[in-house]
Design a binder for this molecule. Structure first.
Ligand code: ADP
Ligand code: ADP
Ligand code: ZN
Length: 206
């Protein structure tokens, strides 16, 4: 099954995508993770993307569409995948329609105030993409999966978060109607606890 996770920054897309991918044995394709890796490795894509990400804006459509096109050709995508953080604009969604058949779009719905709390406490592992929240780490500073030191993303600092929420509402939220019109959207309340949300998503995909 080819699945899209749609939702504002901090909605829990990465958290749930990791769990659902493990349950369904399909890859998680996170454009944010791919861009952060590209920046770390100082690839040409990373160099192009960095200033947009630092400012809390979106990376240009042509850059991101090329990355996703490439990734979807890999062998591990044959049995399905979760797109986590792509598409984020109508032109990206239109480009995707030309290269893939999407079965279901899961929208995770969370109010802005809760998002700010989640994002400000987020800690991530740049090596494996795992996501944590300081309130649940009990002082731990390394990744449970791979042992890497956890970091706070530069764009998770307060100055940038409001810009990212603005980008979401103006550029990404129109995709809710886009996919509703195609009969593919399932809206999930993303405000509850992680296990309840996981169950609701699994049900929506059954
Ligand atoms: P979050 O998990 O908080 O929603 P991501 O890790 O998905 O954030 O993305 C981080 C940043 O990477 C975004 O703010 C944006 O600058 C860039 N980015 C990721 N995916 C896309 C995309 N599909 N289109 C444009 N920019 C993107
Ligand atoms: P996204 O990928 O949509 O930006 P993440 O999955 O990275 O969101 O989650 C953002 C932050 O919120 C992380 O610190 C994560 O641990 C936390 N989080 C995720 N889901 C929940 C939830 N259901 N309740 C409380 N906190 C959550
Ligand atoms: Zn890790």
């Amino acid at each position: 099954m080819n699945i899209i996770f749609l939702g504002p920054p901090g909605a829990g897309k990465g958290t749930q995508a990791q769990r659902i991918c493990a349950a369904l044995n399909i890859p998680q394709i996170s454009t944010g993770d791919m861009l952060r890796r590209a920046i770390q490795e100082q690839t040409p894509t990373g160099l192009k993307a960095k200033s947009f990400m630092d400012a809390g804006g979106l990376v240009p459509d042509d850059v991101i569409i090329d990355i996703v096109k490439d990734r979807l050709q890999a062998d591990d995508c044959k049995n399905g995948y979760i797109l986590d953080g792509f598409p984020r604009t109508v032109p990206q969604a239109e480009a995707l329609e030309k290269i893939a058949e999407i079965d279901r779009v899961i929208e995770l719905d969370v109010a802005d105030e809760a998002l700010i709390k989640r994002i400000s406490g987020r800690r991530v592992c740049l090596k494996c993409g795992a996501t944590y929240h300081v309130s649940l780490l009990n002082g731990k500073t390394t990744c449970d999966n791979c042992g890497e030191t956890l970091i706070q993303r530069d764009d998770d600092k307060a100055e940038t978060v409001l810009n990212r929420l603005k980008s979401y509402h103006s550029k990404t939220e129109p995709l809710v109607n886009f996919y509703q019109g195609r009969g593919k959207l399932v809206k999930i309340d993303g405000a509850g606890d992680m296990d309840t949300i996981f169950d609701a998503i699994m049900k929506a995909l059954a």
